[in-house]
Design a protein around this ligand. Sequence first.
Ligand SMILES: Cc1cc2nc3c(=O)[nH]c(=O)nc-3n(C[C@H](O)[C@H](O)[C@H](O)COP(=O)(O)O)c2cc1C
Length: 231
Amino acid sequence: MSHLLAVFAHPIVGSYPTAVLEAFQQPFRDAGYSVDVLDLHHEQFDPRFTKADHAHFWGGPVPQDVQQMHRRVEAADRLAFIYPVYWWGMPALMKGWIERVFTGGWAYQFGTGVEDRGTQDLPASLLPSIPTLLLGIAGSTKRTYAKYGYDAAMRTQIDVGTFAYCGITDVQSHLIFDIEGDHNAPNRDKGLKEAARWAREFLSDDHPVRNAKEDHLIAQKLNEGTSVTLG
Ligand SMILES: Cc1cc2nc3c(=O)[nH]c(=O)nc-3n(C[C@H](O)[C@H](O)[C@H](O)COP(=O)(O)O)c2cc1C
């Protein structure tokens, strides 16, 4: 199986993020991958966490549209998320996709059932570690991200808190910075080249397998200046 699922959120065909999506998926097509582009705007995915989602959270059936998304994820052996950064994170549309699609009993578990949540020390993650790459497109500069730690905050919350939590520990994230306005045309060009390069490295069978959770815990411990215990 050589199949990429590329989840994408931008409303305008022909926008720069669309060009990034194109640049990213071309190496996959060249390598013989099939590519499923899940364009959340185009498919009119409803990101609202509905009563049906809430009922499922408490033991009810998985909503039909969420089941379809599960099948699309399961078909992939590479996942990519390509999005414009909105308020130092994913657009609400993509965040809502994760809220609805990364369901208990499919992506993670918290207890053996709804009645004993948190009473047993069970491994929380249920997904296999499908190699995953996140690519955010940012209006601000790398310097601003570094100054405030926005990129680190995004990695903590998205890479570790969402993907690795669910078992996708082989997750990496990248940002293309400073792409707005005519004067930043060179940055946009550079971003397209970087997207293609990240794609080529990512699809390669010998891409270095990451464990984002362990890397994060090691970095945390180093920051605390204490010895490292993983778990
Ligand atoms: C609602 C909104 C919030 C944004 N928040 C951020 C942000 O927090 N950090 C950032 O670097 N860029 C931010 N931007 C800039 C976008 O990431 C950038 O304009 C986009 O990736 C470029 O594509 P576009 O102009 O084709 O939409 C924001 C843009 C919008 C519309």
